[in-house]
Ligand binder design. Structure first.
Ligand code: SF4
Ligand code: SF4
Length: 193
């Protein structure tokens, strides 16, 4: 969108119930997978409707889908919701390479591009890292919980991780695309009430 002047970034947190549902089994819980699927769908609907709505105000807007817009070989997308959210000040990265927002890391991100200027909102997070490992060397629950060892302190094997996430599509065939795992998003930084 060459005329873009403002990038709106937002985070939809999962609830405590969703996070806790994913703590008791090796496989992703049904509640987590369903929430992942429904939340992506909701973000796509919301941003799509917003783009239409803004036309009435002579504003041009655009969006990119919440997920599945990436190259499945390279495992990289043309747009990173996470990088945008980080730059927008919505949170800080943890060892798990996820953004830890003021509501936690369990949830989904979305982006809308606007051709109008909107003043940036203030950064929401404190100067201290919300990741306990970066703060004081403790925790590492995300690394310990990773069922594939795709995650280590300083690396993420995207191929291994994606392979694990795709298994959810085979387990919960009544859902739409729900390729998720979330076992690195259930530690102390998962949600903040
Ligand atoms: S689970 Fe612990 S080590 Fe991993 S990102 Fe969260 S706070 Fe940091
Ligand atoms: S999503 Fe699952 S497989 Fe991927 S890094 Fe997190 S815990 Fe590991």
């Amino acid at each position: 969108m060459p005329s873009c002047k403002t990038v709106v970034s937002f985070f939809v947190p999962f609830t405590k119930k969703v996070v806790e549902s994913n703590r008791y089994d090796k496989e992703v819980s049904y509640i987590w997978a369903k929430t992942y699927y429904e939340c992506n769908k909701m973000i796509n609907n919301l941003t799509g409707e917003l783009v239409e709505y803004l036309k009435d105000f002579n504003a041009t807007a655009a969006t990119v889908q919440a997920t599945h817009g990436f190259d499945e070989q390279l495992l990289k997308g043309q747009w990173s919701h996470k990088s945008a959210a980080y730059i927008a000040g919505l949170g800080e990265l943890g060892v798990h390479s996820l953004l830890i927002t003021e509501k936690g890391c369990a949830g989904r991100l979305g982006t809308v591009f606007l051709d109008i200027n909107i003043e940036a909102s203030k950064k929401q997070i404190s100067e201290k890292s919300p990741c306990l490992y970066y703060l004081n060397g403790s925790c590492l629950e995300c690394v310990d919980n990773c069922p594939t060892n795709a995650l280590s302190i300083d690396d993420l094997n995207r191929a291994l991780c994606y392979e694990k996430c795709l298994l959810a599509d085979n387990i919960y065939t009544d859902l739409g695309p729900c390729d998720s795992c979330g076992k690195c998003s259930i530690g102390p930084c998962a949600y903040f009430e």
